[in-house]
Design a binder for this molecule. Sequence first.
Ligand code: 2NE
Length: 267
Amino acid sequence: AIDDSGKDFVDTIYEKTIGEGIAKITINRPERRNAFRPETMKELMRAFNDARDDNSIGVIILTGKGTKAFCSGGDQALRSKDGYVDYDNFGRLNVLDLQVQIRRLPKPVIAMVAGYAVGGGHVLHMVCDLTVAADNAVFGQTGPKVGSFDAGYGASIMSRLVGPKRSREMWYMTRFYNAKEAKKMGLVPLEKLEEETVKWCREIMRNSPMAIRLCKAAINAADDGHAGQQIGGDATLLFYGTEEGNEGKDAYLKRRKPDFSRFPRLP
Ligand code: 2NE
């Protein structure tokens, strides 16, 4: 079996002991301002997958090691013609897979941001459900400055979050914004960042997991196009728990005709 406990992780710290029901996933490359490489993404995806599968976990925190950066995007020193290259001989843009995984994950993910959240690191905070920012947080897209861009979620979700004009400004001008300028974020002092984030997690953990799951899917549905079918899948999940759903399966297994006549056709 694959060990997802994180013991063999190099670029990531994966913890499940900081509070009941809370998983904390930390990008651990502080010497590079937590820039990511393909290995980082592989580990993050394994950690998120484990947190998804673990039914004792209700909320996931994504953060960066240290106080200087949440994440500074793709490691430019490893950038090649076909993406980012580390141990393989070909490039990858597997951060895009992680973005989709976070969006589709049926548990809230909170970005806990201290320092820089820039480039692909800014997109990562945007795809999270919520962001708690320290007062030293700095947000921005750098892509057009370093010959890159994220025309997927990096553009579309930003437009939803800050509006189309401000998105164009962020992408076209590659300005950095401090936490005060990023008015939509709730500001907390740096030394209280984790305490406050855990408080948010606990508030979420008090609520119905299924209601949260469906709210997340519903909020994402319009933007995610076909990927928005998560909400349809969730309806199936709920339906499996009903007598009506069970009647079909039971009839099939017993080789009899299903009888749905006792179930109402609701207006
Ligand atoms: C993040 C920022 C603003 C921090 O500035 P500062 O002054 O606090 O630190 P410094 O000295 O620039 O960085 C410290 C060390 O980290 C490395 C630096 O090269 C430096 O290394 P040494 O000189 O100490 O050896 N470092 C920081 N960010 C790095 C990175 N992304 N890749 C490789 N090394 C990095 C400042 O460092 C900065 O602007 N960083 C670059 C941000 C950036 O342009 N990111 C890439 C955007 S493109 C992207 O992420 C992307 C995409 O657009 C589409 C798909 C996938 C990815």
